[in-house]
Design a binder for this molecule. Sequence first.
Ligand code: GDP
Ligand code: IMO
Ligand code: MG
Length: 429
Amino acid sequence: MSKSIAVVGMQWGDEGKGKVVDLLSEEASHIARAQGGNNAGHTIVAKGQEYKFHLIPSGILYPHTKCYVGGGTVLDPPSLLSEVEQLEKRGVNWKGRLLLSFYTQIVFPYHRLLDQLSEKKRGSAAVGTTGRGIGPCYADKINRCGLRLADLLSPHFQEKLRATLELKNWELDRLYGCAPLDGKAIYDEYSVYAERLKPFAAPVEELLFQASGRNEKILFEGAQGALLDITFGTYPFVTSSCTLSGGFGAGLGFGPTRMERAIGVVKAYTTRVGNGPFPTELTADEMGRFPDHNASREKGTTTGRNRRLGWFDAFLVRHTQCLNAVDSLAIMKLDILDDLDQIKICTGYKKMKFFPADSDDLAHAIPIYESHPGWKRSTCDIRVYDDLPPQAKAYLRRIEELCDIPIGLVSVGPEREKTIWLDQYFSNE
Ligand code: GDP
Ligand code: IMO
Ligand code: MG
């Protein structure tokens, strides 16, 4: 039990982080996003209603929480403002509870355009991005020609935008033969956003430091998953930020000595959206026996694409555990396996001692499977671990054993209540 908990995805994203963060937010006072942008899509089903968040932290539904968008994120103003409008329409009071770091990088129309153009140019080697301009925005940050929220709110915004746009228009012309974007139009549009975003801007780093000094409960909400990490993911089929537990320190300006615990979120199987190697991907025959994309809720939250489906890969999670060192696993979507006769777990790849760094090697990896009998009965009404069918318990225990991480939570449906708790997580000392 502890006071600050990080929640990270241990596969290729969409593990169910949103649900876990929402659940733990009942007790937490502060919830912070550290990286990524509106490429993320976190779904919560609460009191019969479904919510999808892209940049707003998944703790916003509880009126007692404060939610932070950290300096390591990229913020698309129209997208964030539309999320805020959605909240408003649905009667969620966000006033004074949503705080944006001055350090967050702003996504501009040229980022979205460059994302889409570069994907097109890559053709069959495309990454399969969400097209939200995430990569180009992070590239500008690293190349020191990005604009932050502080710049958007500055009286010198127009000059700063002009200087950046000169570079970007040159790039658009030279690389893609595109007509230059109209600086005045972008300035006018973004000046309106600046006015609307101003009340949200706050010294997020100081506020979180103070909150942790007061020993208040803080949740760090990961986006994407370990294998989409810019450094250690299945490069180049990755996103452009650090998606690991270590990324929270850098993305929030939060000292690692004050982080106490990390929860790794995994599905009871594996999915991936976008291109890139996926060793345990189902065969066409296996797909036919798996619940379809609607039944399994495996349509991308952000882009609506069908997610690719695969068996649980324990070799992969053992590897992402090296990168994250989480204390416990939250196993999501066990219910999706309820009707299967046989369920496979990958325990390793033939002739590979370590998870390969090269995506080509991963594409050629041959999974070693063991097969487990299915339980063939619904688990969605089960709330106590011991009430699970013996085959389901054996399956979970095998995952725990192979990954060498204790299970802290099992999820058996998208709704809050469809959860089996094995750990209390937050400390009340
Ligand atoms: P995230 O990006 O990690 O927050 O995950 P997403 O929200 O993109 O995708 C997870 C999907 O599975 C969403 O539609 C959730 O509502 C749904 N979900 C989460 N946990 C469960 C579960 O235990 N069972 C079922 N059937 N659906 C779940
Ligand atoms: P959450 O937080 C799953 C994937 C994209 C693509 C790659 C690069 O909901 O788990 P990008 O637009 O980031 O440059 O795309 O990363 N991707 C995700 N996949 N879940 C996500 O977020 C993702 N965010 C990005 O599909 O393969
Ligand atoms: Mg998602």
